[in-house]
Write a protein that binds this ligand. Structure first.
Ligand code: UD1
Length: 447
């Protein structure tokens, strides 16, 4: 059920301080799926505290996997991978759980995975995952919303194959790379996704004994092995969380330090911030410093697969560009329906027109607080970013999206001095009762 909590933000204040960036959501989800390849213990460090991670854990538990979390460490043991059937209610809530079809099929020779379905940002089919598994010898049929896959023959082992992806899909690359680690012979994935999270998953698999070359390039080759072994692995920092905090610093004209980060994963984001007039300094190999900008200047953005500008940063950048001087054009090329935050930003006083997959942003001098609704994860983040810059009070609904992908965002912002308060219950109740769910001390706004 959707969480009816709301976030109140009293914006227009500068922030200051250091923010600790959590482990990457998209790595954590893929690596949790990848742990199914191994029948021993896997210890994963730097696992972010997110609803999506919790849900992925529930999917794995339903398959017979044992999980234990201590702080940011997650212990996973898939020696009793007893079920090949993932639960419908969970997979439909979390697209990344579909990626587990690759390792389940590789380990058991059979997998039943409900289709993840469409979502707010677009249709998001899984045809590339299915075609790749078929190329590796699996029989795959989709019936009654379930993707039934099995490997024929007595060995029940997938066969290495040459696979070309029509689109460099992150999920399809990960599903097929995982499946190929235990296949017989060599698999080559052409036009593979090059995202840092694909590389992180590959490194995790390599740590378990997989033979993978070329992750991070558009051609990945995998030499199948018969078994993988236990390992301990640390997830990379979340580049989208880091990028969001850089935008927070830019829009509130604040002095913020971020670590740990991998600046090489943030090249397009930092380049665009510099275009806009924001100073970002690499203080150390894992530390970025964003400084208050005198002027914010319009720029154009086109989202692309990595190393292009990430679609997951498009919404927060739209919030930033809404107060940049001049006209900006944002072209979303990765997902077909990912500009819905434009109308909510307009409620905050932005001047944005959307035509097809392009948003035309005319910079306004300032935003003003209003009630708004997050329509997906990054859209909700964009509203938080905008709310921090807007004069007066912004109330954001749709926090169940935010909590899927940002590790205690409101708490981290409070630590930087933001006047932000999470309130449980309906919007009306919350305004009347003001019960705070956050266990951390919050800032009482000056009326
Ligand atoms: C992953 C990320 C998500 C990010 C996206 C693009 C995870 C858990 N999520 O999602 O945060 O926004 O990459 O960087 O890692 N497509 C097909 N057929 C397929 C698969 C994909 O047509 O079989 C299309 C999609 O509809 C989309 C495009 O390919 O238009 C890219 O999607 P993809 O890279 O697969 O995204 P995800 O892996 O779902």
């Amino acid at each position: 059920m959707a969480d009816s909590s709301v976030l109140h933000i009293w914006g227009g204040h500068r922030l200051q301080g250091h923010v600790k960036i959590s482990g990457a959501k998209n790595s954590a989800l893929a690596i949790m799926a990848g742990s199914l390849l191994c029948s021993g213990d896997c210890r994963i460090h730097n696992v972010p505290l997110l609803v999506d991670v919790e849900r992925m854990g529930q999917v794995l538990s339903a398959l017979g996997v044992r999980l234990q979390r201590h702080g940011d460490i997650l212990d996973i043991n898939a020696s009793d991978l007893t079920s090949s059937k993932a639960p419908y209610e969970l997979v439909t809530q979390l697209r990344a759980s579909f990626f587990a079809i690759g390792p389940i099929l590789a380990r058991l020779g059979v997998a039943q995975m409900p289709l993840p379905g469409g979502c707010a940002i677009g249709a998001r089919p899984v045809d590339l995952h299915v075609r790749g598994l078929q190329a590796m010898g699996a029989e795959v049929q989709v019936e009654h919303g379930i993707c039934n896959a099995y490997v024929p023959g007595s060995s029940r082992r997938l066969q290495g194959a040459k696979i070309y992806l029509d689109i460099p899909s992150v999920g399809a690359t990960e599903t097929l790379m995982m499946a190929a680690t235990l296949a017989e012979g060599e698999t080559i994935i052409e036009n593979a996704a090059r995202e840092p999270e694909v590389v992180d998953l590959a490194n995790f698999c390599i740590a378990m004994g997989a033979k993978i070359h070329g992750a991070g390039t558009s051609k990945i080759s995998i030499q199948g092995v018969s078994k993988l072994h236990s390992t301990e692995y640390t997830i990379i920092p979340d580049r989208i969380e880091a990028g969001t905090f850089l935008v927070v610093g830019a829009i509130t004209r604040s002095d913020l330090m971020l670590s740990p980060v991998a600046p090489e994963h943030l090249v397009p984001v930092i380049a665009k911030l510099r275009d806009i007039g924001v100073t970002v300094i690499e203080e150390a190999p894992d530390c970025l410093h964003v400084l208050p900008a005198e002027r914010l200047i319009a720029t154009d953005i086109e989202t692309l697969p990595h190393p292009g500008f990430p679609t997951d940063m498009q919404a927060p950048f739209m919030a930033l560009l809404s107060i940049a001087e001049g006209d900006s054009v944002i072209n979303e090329t990765v997902f077909e329906n990912r500009l819905r935050h434009a109308s909510e930003l307009n409620r905050l006083g932005a001047d944005i027109r959307v035509k097809g997959n392009t948003a035309f942003v005319r910079g306004v001098p300032m935003l003003s607080g209003a009630p708004v609704i997050g329509t997906d994860l990054r859209a909700a983040a964009a509203l938080v970013v905008a709310g921090l810059a807007a004069n007066g009070k912004t109330t954001i609904q749709g926090l169940h999206y935010l909590d899927r992908g940002y590790d205690r965002l409101d708490f981290k912002l409070q630590q930087l001095g933001a006047k932000i308060q999470r309130v449980k219950g309906s919007v009306l109740d919350s305004q009347e009762t003001g019960s705070i769910t956050n266990s951390e001390p919050s800032i009482v706004p000056k009326k």
